[in-house]
Design a protein around this ligand. Structure first.
Ligand SMILES: Cc1cc2nc3c(=O)[nH]c(=O)nc-3n(C[C@H](O)[C@H](O)[C@H](O)COP(=O)(O)OP(=O)(O)OC[C@H]3O[C@@H](n4cnc5c(N)ncnc54)[C@H](O)[C@@H]3O)c2cc1C
Length: 312
């Protein structure tokens, strides 16, 4: 068996959170490795078919541009990566974490950062032709001309996609929301006739909502943590299904941190995810340096130099 590769920190997930953390750790003088199952970094921004106008430093970048910038920065900082690689299994040791990848590589690290993000909530609906789960490429690439469309969900994404699909020539678009949570701006221009608020019934096999037939049903129930990105670890989870962390982004497991949407500590977006990456990197730096300082002090004590220094 080949020897495990050793790193200071293993980061699982190359979205905004994981890339930000990796770049900070590298610049702070550590040796991180970033494991990403896609061919390139970018995470959910690879699926963002719209312009991302929410990042203060980038004017009108498309989702794909944001992803490309993340990939370019990982390369520029020469962070070690394992691309097209899924981190499959993690085990805890007394001095760190061992990760096994789907390429059968064993990676050892003193710290682990979980940055595996989220996936659209299926809530029992399985995507197929005529039934789309989550926003992104499937919606953006569909031809809705003349189609009757039902959207399930009452958040920003539901109303944003209502507008998008209407503009794509659908003959009608109805939104079914158990509760309406979209911000006021999203409701502007929406016809009250199109919005149903309260409970409703679905028959997914026949594309029926409240007994009415639709050509396309789009399920936009929000996101849930990528549980497979926990690699079998069992950190404390919050009641809403995201990983619980403290103010330093540490999970209930010592040396294991969780950042970005998998922990959803703040409003989920690129900027808060990247900010989490910084918080975790700085917390890990403090621990690594405290440990090195105490090792150094131990050596000084062993040489009997502490009292002598104190006396001078
Ligand atoms: C359609 C759409 C539009 C959006 N528009 C905006 C916008 O305009 N502005 C904005 O700020 N935000 C937007 N967002 C949200 C933003 O993309 C997310 O908040 C952000 O990407 C979260 O970053 P993250 O790093 O936490 O997770 P993610 O981006 O989800 O990245 C997680 C990464 O982990 C990888 N991964 C998961 N499990 C494993 C594993 N076991 N091994 C290896 N890799 C793994 C995944 O492949 C993925 O690349 C949008 C999201 C979508 C879907």
């Amino acid at each position: 068996m080949t020897k495990p590769a050793k790193f200071d920190v293993a980061i699982v997930g190359g979205g905004p959170a994981g890339v930000s953390c990796a770049i900070w750790l590298k610049q702070l003088g550590f040796n991180p490795v970033l494991i990403e199952k896609n061919e390139i970094c970018g995470g959910l921004q690879l699926l963002n078919a719209y312009t991302n106008t929410w990042i203060a430093t980038s004017a009108n970048a498309h989702g794909k541009d944001v992803a490309a910038a993340l990939q370019a920065n990982i390369e520029r900082h020469e962070v070690q990566t394992r691309m097209s690689t899924t981190a499959a299994e993690a085990t805890l040791n007394h001095d760190g974490i061992t990760i096994r990848t789907d390429a059968d590589e064993v990676i050892k690290a003193s710290f682990l950062v979980l940055a595996g993000g989220v996936k659209p909530k299926g809530a029992g609906f399985a995507a197929r032709i005529g039934l789309l789960v989550g926003p992104g490429p499937a919606v953006a690439s569909s031809d809705f001309t003349g189609q009757r469309v039902a959207i399930l969900g009452g958040g920003d994404s539901a109303l944003e996609n209502y507008r998008f699909i209407k503009n794509r020539g659908a003959s009608l678009v109805h939104v079914y929301a158990r509760s309406l949570r979209a911000r006021a701006e999203m409701l502007e221009g929406a016809s009250p006739d199109d919005i149903h608020v309260g409970s409703y019934t679905t028959d997914a096999d026949r594309n029926l909502v409240n007994g009415e037939h639709y050509d396309v049903v789009v399920v936009l129930y929000g996101y849930e943590a990528h549980k497979s990105a926990l690699m079998g670890l069992e950190p404390l989870m919050r009641s809403d299904g995201f990983v619980f962390t403290d103010k330093d982004c540490m999970t209930s497991i010592d040396r294991v941190y969780a950042i970005g949407e998998i922990a959803q500590r703040a409003h989920p977006c690129c900027v808060t995810s990247m900010a989490d990456g910084v918080v975790a990197a700085k917390a890990i730096q403090r621990r690594m340096e405290a440990s090195k300082a105490s090792q150094f002090l131990g050596a000084v004590k062993r040489l009997g130099r502490v009292a002598a220094m104190a006396a001078t």
